[in-house]
Each structure stands twice: as C-alpha cells, then as structure tokens.
Design a protein around this ligand. Structure first.
Ligand code: IDP
Ligand code: MG
Length: 183
C-alpha cells in the first residue's frame, strides 16, 4: 500500500500527520514497510469481568504487537468525541454512559492488516450474532455490553489513536519472533 493511498494522512517529517491537525503515528515508515496500527479499547465490562488477560492474550497470540496501553477513565467529552458518528441514534447516550461508567483499558496494536484482523478477532457488534470463537461471541451476550472496541478503518484508527494517546505514549520497538509472522 502506497503511503499516498492512505486517505487523510500525508507524510511530513516524522511523525506522520493527519490532515485535521492530529499528529499521529498511525503508519510508520520503516524502509518501504508501512505497519498499520489500530485503536483497541477493553470496555468497562471487560475490565470488571476480569477479561483483560484473556483478550490481550488473543491479540498477542495472533501475532500483533502492543505499542501503547493504559487503564483510564473515559470522560464524557472524550466518549462523545469517540462515538460522534453515532450522535442522534438511540444507543448513543447509553453507550456514552456505559463507556464512562468504570475504567477501560485503552491500547494501540500494530501489525499486518491489524485494523481488519482485530475486528475479525472481536466478532460482530452484537455478540448474539458473533462467531462463537470470537471475543464477543465467546464472552458476551448482549450488544449493550460487548466488551471491546476496535477501529473500523485506517482513518478511524488514526483519529481514535489521536483522541486517546499522545505520540510519546506510543512505543516503536522490534519484537522477538516477529520475523516469523510473514515472508
Ligand atoms: P462496533 O463497536 O462493532 O464498531 P458500532 O455500530 O460502531 O459497532 O457501535 C458502537 C458501539 O455502540 C457498539 O460497540 C456498542 O457498544 C454500542 N451499540 C451499537 N448498537 C447498539 C444497540 O443497538 N444497542 C446498544 N448498544 C449498541
Ligand atoms: Mg464502530
């Protein structure tokens, strides 16, 4: 994927910037390799139900790299910005109330096609319809308590990473074994 093909993102001096002014290392220039990043949030029910380890283990075992993480309380303002695309829908306010009700684990994960592949690991939005082998399908029963958020596109990932993390909080490192993940 050519850098120029990533909508909304232009290359300045490192770090790359998003056109709306957020400074986000969503993609990184490593020679000719551009490694994708996604924003993953373990919602309050995942933290309360003791599922942090289980879910993080799945992302680790898949082969993705954790590059940022923090346990935090989401403010009303941040939750409204996060879910702005759903403003006006019936579930908007309940979802904001849910996300702000108790701590969440916010993370950035990196890897090949990590945006789409993390969504596949998560399963469908409604756990009742999610593949039983997925995170939502395996550990949740209702759409209003579906455990995990994952960016739905590279553009969303850039926006969401910028909402939750500063550049200094995102690590860049070589990880043991990553040379065995692809040719
Ligand atoms: P996604 O999280 O799979 O991307 P979206 O459609 O973007 O799903 O919805 C965002 C979040 O809003 C969901 O993960 C869920 O927490 C909540 N949500 C979506 N639809 C409903 C609903 O019909 N009832 C209650 N909550 C919902
Ligand atoms: Mg969504």
């Amino acid at each position: 994927m050519a850098a120029a093909a990533v909508k909304g993102i232009r290359r300045g001096s490192w770090p790359w910037t998003v056109d709306n002014g957020h400074r986000i290392p969503n993609i990184e220039y490593e020679g000719f390799l551009i490694m994708e990043k996604t924003f993953i949030m373990l919602k309050p029910d995942a933290v309360q139900r003791g599922l942090i380890g289980e879910i993080v283990a799945r992302l680790e075992k898949k082969g993705f790299k954790l590059v940022a993480a923090k346990l935090m309380r989401v403010s009303q303002d941040l939750a409204e910005q996060h879910y702005q695309e759903h403003k006006g829908k019936a579930f908007f306010e309940p979802t904001v109330a849910y996300i702000t009700s108790s701590p969440v684990m916010a993370m950035v994960w990196e890897g090949k096609n990590v945006v789409a592949q993390a969504r596949a690991l998560m399963g469908a939005t409604n756990p009742a319809q999610a593949d039983p082998g997925s995170i939502r399908g395996g550990f949740a029963v209702d759409v209003s308590r579906n455990l995990i958020h994952g960016s739905d596109s590279v553009d969303s990932a850039a926006r969401e990473i910028g909402l939750y993390f500063s550049l200094e909080e995102i690590q860049s490192y070589a990880k043991a074994g990553e040379e065995w993940l692809s040719e």
